[in-house]
Design a protein around this ligand. Sequence first.
Ligand code: HPA
Length: 248
Amino acid sequence: MTGIAILGGSGLDQLEGIDIERTETLDTPYGAPSDALTIGHLAGVRIVFLPRHGAAHTIPPHRINYRANLWALRQLGCDRVISVCAVGSIHGDIHPADIIIPHQIIDYTRSREHTLYDQDLDEVVHIDFTEPYCASLRTALIKAAESLGVDVHPAATYGATQGPRLETAAEINRMERDGCDIVGMTGMPEASIARELGLCYATIAVSANDAAGRHSGPLEMEGILNNVAKGMDVVRSILVKLLKSADS
Ligand code: HPA
């Protein structure tokens, strides 16, 4: 069995329009996932939905059990994972409420459980992570967006920070010098654990705000949430479009 999973993030803790078949509370060798997994149909296609911060949005980025979440999705037969998340814009061409399909990652996170290949191993494992996202799923997301006339950013480098605090202006300047276009707190180790599990994983991101130091005044939650809500409506229609054209 093959299946598509949607990992919801800030602004997509619940998936409207899903025709729910059942929910499953799973345990994994790595502990419990962020919440019960919802199995149902969206646009007529069977999907599994999991909100990475929990349905009530109570798990901060550094406390998410990324290993358990991805393990549970695979346990339910998913081989493709669409990760939905909110990010800050670093690149001047990326504006709040824009949609981005990143193609590269720089990992600034620390002290997270970041690998399945940790101990009691028969041999040491080093996965290839040259291209961190699944090419076919990225293409499908870009095509779905373009066919809806959405002006999507088809490539960007995602800088993953530890959080939960937002960055300083100097940190964002350093990230820009490193080549980051967007900044978020959940992209890693989610992407690399998905690769360790052999899952086809891609991200669709909504810009919630201009990153620290790229706007006047402090970052206000109200503005951030408004942009996320606006962008997530578009993400939902892209997901529906993709599922309608998916042969799953
Ligand atoms: N920084 C990190 N993560 C984020 C941001 C940000 O500015 N906006 C939304 N997620």
